[in-house]
Design a protein around this ligand. Sequence first.
Ligand code: FES
Length: 172
Amino acid sequence: MASDEKTVDKGRRSFLGKMTLGLFTVGLFGQGWTYMRSLVPNVLYEPPQKFKIGLPEEMAEGVNFIESRRVFVIREGHQFTCISAKCTHLGCTVKYVPLAHQETIKSGGEEMTVSYEFQCPCHGSKFRQNGAAYSGPAPGALSWHKIEIAPEDGQLLVDVSSSVDNDFKLVV
Ligand code: FES
């Protein structure tokens, strides 16, 4: 009888010993992993916020969609503007939609003649030619971005990291 108790006691101690060793090993691996992970920085790889899109004379007259950057670059003769294609509702890419006829509308208290607008395919928001939202759930206007000439090679340089007023124009 006493021999049975000793065997059970020995088995229990052995089990507890193995469990302690197991927990210790798991803890050690956890700490090691955390330490190794801390050596690798959390970097978010995003495309550059400033990018070149070619020479001004190569840009077609009218609305040019730069799909890879989700911006529209509009050329009117020697004037260039840049407007974001990112819908202000949930970020879908808006589409350029030419109007059947030129219209004169009032937007932001100003009268303007429009020949196109932007429409979002996701939830139906509509934006005027100047980016102002006028229909659908979009809470605000499409952003306008700075566009300038790169001094080193004369290419058009767009900066999507900042927004500019919707009367900003680059004249070349
Ligand atoms: S994402 Fe454009 S309307 Fe919802």
